[in-house]
Design a binder for this molecule. Structure first.
Ligand code: ARG
Length: 587
């Protein structure tokens, strides 16, 4: 039997076909297939009711007719029942589940399946994430963009999109004037040697304070900035040095989080590209001068008809908006972007809205394709006091220290639970569990909301946590180890008997829902949908493993159960990999 990767679209297409054979009006009938409450079936189609209403017919009778007209491909694969006033319930038959488990037995076939139905497949997606400002260390406020952006990139890539990861670092701010001013006067060479980023941060504070207190310092700092902008050799060299050091420090964090950018085109890359933006937007009648600045109003918008998008400052300098406009043009023309995804916190929602509105008008007027532009926004990481997470003394928590603490705390858990493993193994496990817990705690929340950062909840073997899922993986791996079998080698096949027990069938049904979880996460760019699925899958596995012994004498039973173990393992590992986590053989 040829089995679809994702059943919902297949059922939907079959319903359309059946409706056409009954000459139902295709403009009115929409199948509306979704995953069902497992007590009623695997999928439910709700489209008959609205159709019956519009055509003033009895919905149950229509539903019966539609079922009668379904093609054999669907009636062979599912039990179909009419329920309530005219819903259709589809339950995958055990043989269908077995065929699915046979067809999607490794990551490659899952990837092929995932590509086949996704609208994202083949499209160029630029994912703009992380993007910290240089000369400062990354702190907890930089966590979410990095973690969510990486997961989204992996999910899109798995669905067949051509993903370009671009780190739009802030490497060209007005802050450089003050920083260079202080660098030239207050540099501590030893500190620079031992922890350069720390020293830059100190220098910035020194420069900032001096400029605040003394007008003449402020004027000198401005002068340093002007020199930098006009290409002064000395200032450019300092600026370069600061950015290099910053990028090296960022990279250490990225390595721990499994992040690899394809490009790091920071704001400075667009210095020579903003002129075109001013010209085109002015020529298109979108931008106009206002008190020396260049601004874009959106008269049709309730807010932005009064609050303009400032795209050039009155002193003639470019700003965040002008570089972002130039970036969009570059992404469209140079990379042929079909979509640009901005993983930026929700406080920049006005900026993104104005950027997108302006670009849409600009590109339309200049006969350019308008890419899909999306602000994939997220809330704040809060402390236990429900305020943005800070250290006791009110400083931002450095990401480097946060990840180190995570690893340390995980090490305590590992020492307790896996005392039998060697110190080296324990250290490796602690790193994966520690960093993975931080990533997962962030991803398993709906990204739109704030969340409270809690070490105890996130590094725990209970609940929807990384450790719980990593442990489930390690447990399945140990089943195979004890039988001296390779989980990646073929299981099931001809040797296996058909699925029988209710726990086997429940687990198989959950496994076959992976495609729904995947598209549920990729479509709206919400990784928590996949997290929830993995958590529920691990739960179904637990129930199965408690009820059904795997290493039994009867090879037919053993093989079919081993196949369930192998596929659960495959989906848990693939799923966590898509979220950006590393996984473990043992724990
Ligand atoms: N550097 C910015 C910040 O720290 C984020 C940049 C996000 N990307 C963009 N294209 N605007 O707020």
């Amino acid at each position: 039997m040829s089995v679809p990767f994702n059943f919902a679209p297949a059922i939907s297409a079959a319903l359309d076909e059946a409706a056409a054979s009954l000459e139902w009006d295709a403009a009115v009938f929409a199948p509306d297939v979704r995953t069902a409450d497992p007590r009623h079936g695997d999928f439910q189609a709700n489209g008959v009711l609205p159709y019956a209403k519009r055509s003033r017919q009895n919905p149950r009778a229509l539903a019966e007719q539609l079922v009668g007209a379904l093609p054999a491909s669907i009636t062979g694969a599912c039990e179909v029942a009419v329920a309530g006033p005219g819903f259709l319930n589809f339950t995958l038959k055990p043989t269908t589940l077995e065929a699915w488990l046979e067809a999607f037995a490794d990551e490659d076939s899952l990837r092929q399946g995932a590509k086949s139905g996704q609208p994202e497949a083949g499209k160029v997606f630029i994912v703009d994430y992380s993007a910290p400002n240089t000369a400062k260390q990354m702190h907890v406020g930089h966590l979410r963009s990095a973690v969510i952006g990486e997961a989204i990139s992996r999910l899109l890539d798995f669905s067949g999109a051509r993903v370009i990861r671009d780190n739009h670092i802030g490497d060209w701010g007005t802050g450089f004037g003050k920083l260079i001013w202080a660098y030239k006067r207050e540099l501590d060479a030893t500190a620079l040697e031992s922890d350069p980023l720390e020293e830059f941060e100190r220098l910035y504070k020194v420069g900032n304070q001096a400029a605040d207190e003394d007008e003449s310092v402020l004027a000198e700092a401005r002068q340093e900035l002007v020199k930098l902008q006009s290409g002064d050799k000395e200032n450019l060299a300092i600026w370069r040095r600061i950015n290099e050091v910053s990028l090296t420090a960022f990279q250490e964090i990225y390595d721990q989080l499994g992040i690899k950018f394809d490009y790091t085109l920071g704001e400075s890359f667009y210095n020579d590209k903003v002129g075109q933006v001013y010209e085109e937007l002015t020529a298109a009648g979108l931008a106009r001068e206002s008190q020396g600045a260049l601004v874009v109003f959106h008269p049709e918008h309730p807010k932005f008809k009064k609050q303009p998008f400032l795209i050039r400052k009155s002193d003639g300098a470019a700003n965040y908006a002008s570089t972002d406009l130039a970036t969009l043009l570059y992404r469209r023309e140079h990379f042929d972007a079909d979509a640009v995804i901005y993983v930026i916190d929700s406080r920049q929602s006005d900026h993104c809205q104005q950027l997108f509105l302006t670009t849409e008008k600009w590109f339309t007027q200049t006969n350019r394709a308008v890419p899909r532009m999306e602000h994939t926004s997220f809330g704040t990481v809060l402390g236990e006091n429900n305020k943005p997470l800070k250290t006791r003394s009110g400083e931002n928590i450095k990401l480097r220290e946060l990840l180190a603490e995570a690893t340390e705390r995980a090490a305590r858990l590992v020492a307790e639970k896996s005392a039998d493993l060697s110190a080296a193994e324990q250290a490796e496990i602690a790193a994966v569990v520690g960093v993975g817990s931080v990533q997962y705690a962030d991803l398993c929340q709906n990204r739109s909301t704030d969340y409270v950062f809690s070490w105890d909840k996130m590094i725990s073997l209970e609940g929807n946590t990384a450790a719980y899922l990593l442990y489930a993986i390690a447990r399945i791996r140990s089943i195979f180890r004890k039988l001296d079998r390779d989980p990646a080698a073929s299981t099931g096949g001809a040797e296996a008997s058909g699925l029988e027990t209710s726990t086997e069938i429940a687990l198989a049904r959950k496994l076959a829902k992976f495609p729904e979880a995947l598209s549920g996460a990729v479509g709206p760019l919400r990784p928590h949908v996949l997290c929830l699925y993995l958590y529920e899958l691990a739960g179904e596995f637990s129930a199965f493993y408690t009820a059904d012994k795997v290493s039994v004498e009867d090879p037919a039973i053993r093989e079919r159960r081993l196949r369930l173990c192998a596929r659960t393992l495959l989906l848990l590992e693939t799923g966590l990999g898509l979220l950006g986590l590393r996984t473990l053989e043992r724990m």
